[in-house]
Ligand binder design. Structure first.
Ligand code: PLP
Length: 370
């Protein structure tokens, strides 16, 4: 990234600097396809997951239904950058149906399959949920969508780099990703697609006309390298994260009575733990943990600052009170056992304090953050 921040070539310029940038960008595109094995897909670079998710579904927000394909199915636990597009789909003339999830956070597959027929234009089901880490049966949905010729979009923003996937076999028509979820830079992402998406931005002919505007060359190259490394290192980093996640949950479930882990019995990403605390509100827990040097989030990090109970947890059947007491802990590639143990100790103290305000909090230890 540093190298390409120094080079000023605009990929649209015909001079040698421009051609070098264009070549590097095409090379990155090819490497993304090679790293994921998504050989039959094309790649468009975007500003992140939000834009990729919009681009994938934009035609349903802008163009009226074709023939009797008037229905769009969205899982009830999609990230808001997918879920909130429902209003646009309705305005364009579609009927939007929300796919329910069970108490473990998995979409109801039978419900969905029973509703898929040739009146369906598009379906969106994420691969792994951002709040619970619960993995969704995308492959089965993709097979059914292929039979009826409906577009299946899969938001893989949380999943990519954090689970083993045969991406080609997943069978989605479009797949989105975002670099900052796998140690790449913030503000860059990509969409893998099979049929050409409808452009959101018009103007220049960049990205074969799908996304007008000068490309973020350094960001795209950095994302590509970050993904290559994440996938290459996954056989080492994923078991490490699973071990720490299990260690954390085992300790907390023993030491904090009444604590539960949302989606614990379902297939989950190895790094995500959605803890429903017994007595302490999530915003207070997040603030207190922050003061102790630990960065966790309440609900989805993307919505931090605007507090409302998590729609994902409500969809899983939690009441408002419990949904308000959930924090999300994400374990990283570089997280250590000592950090996990220090975190568990502090969280146990916080919960004891909430239960019995006379119990003093232990002073924060330094250097055991995040
Ligand atoms: N989709 C999911 C599942 C996410 O978790 C996020 C962000 O956290 C996004 C989409 C949006 O990605 P970005 O912030 O790169 O726009």
């Amino acid at each position: 990234m540093a190298e390409w921040m120094e080079q000023f070539g605009n990929p649209s310029s015909v001079h040698s600097f421009g051609r070098a940038a264009a070549g590097a960008l095409e090379n990155a595109r090819e490497q993304l396809r090679a790293a994921t094995g998504l050989r039959s897909y094309r790649v468009v670079f975007t500003s992140g997951g939000t834009e990729a998710n919009h681009l994938a579904l934009h035609r349903f927000a802008r163009l009226p239904p074709e023939g009797n394909r008037r229905r769009i199915l969205l899982s009830a636990i999609e990230h808001p950058c997918v879920g909130k597009q429902a209003a646009w789909f309705r305005a364009a003339g579609f009927q939007v149906e929300l796919i329910p999830v069970d108490s473990g956070g998995v979409i109801d597959l039978q419900w969905t399959l029973a509703r898929l027929d040739t009146t369906v234009a598009a379906v969106a089901v994420m691969l792994a949920n951002n709040e619970t880490g619960v993995i969704q049966p995308v492959e089965e949905i993709a097979r059914a969508c292929a039979e009826i010729n409906a577009h299946l979009h899969c938001d893989a923003v949380q999943a990519i780099g954090k689970m083993n996937v045969q991406w080609e076999e997943l069978g989605a028509d479009s797949i989105s990703l975002s670099a900052h979820k796998f140690h790449g830079p913030r503000g860059v992402g990509a969409l893998f697609y099979r049929s050409k998406p409808l452009a959101i931005f018009v103007g220049g002919a960049q990205e074969t006309g799908i996304r007008a505007g000068t490309e973020n060359v350094a960001g795209a190259l950095a994302m590509t390298e970050a993904l290559r490394l994440a996938l290459e290192e996954a056989p080492e980093t994923l078991p490490h994260q699973r071990l720490l996640r299990n260690r954390l949950e085992a300790t907390l479930r023993t030491d904090i009575s009444g604590l539960s882990v949302a989606g614990r019995g379902s297939p989950r990403l190895v790094n995500t733990s959605c803890l429903v605390l017994p007595e302490i509100d999530s915003d207070e827990a997040v603030m207190r943990l922050d003061r102790l040097g630990f960065a966790v989030s309440s609900g989805a990090a993307c919505h931090a600052g605007v507090w409302e109970p998590s729609a994902v947890l409500l969809a899983m059947g939690l009441d408002h009170d419990r949904a308000r007491r959930a924090i999300r802990v994400s374990i990283g590639r570089d997280t250590t056992t000592a950090q996990i143990d220090a975190f568990a100790e502090k969280l146990v103290s916080l919960c004891k304090l909430a239960r019995n305000p006379a119990t003093p909090l232990k002073p924060a230890t330094t250097g055991a953050g995040h």
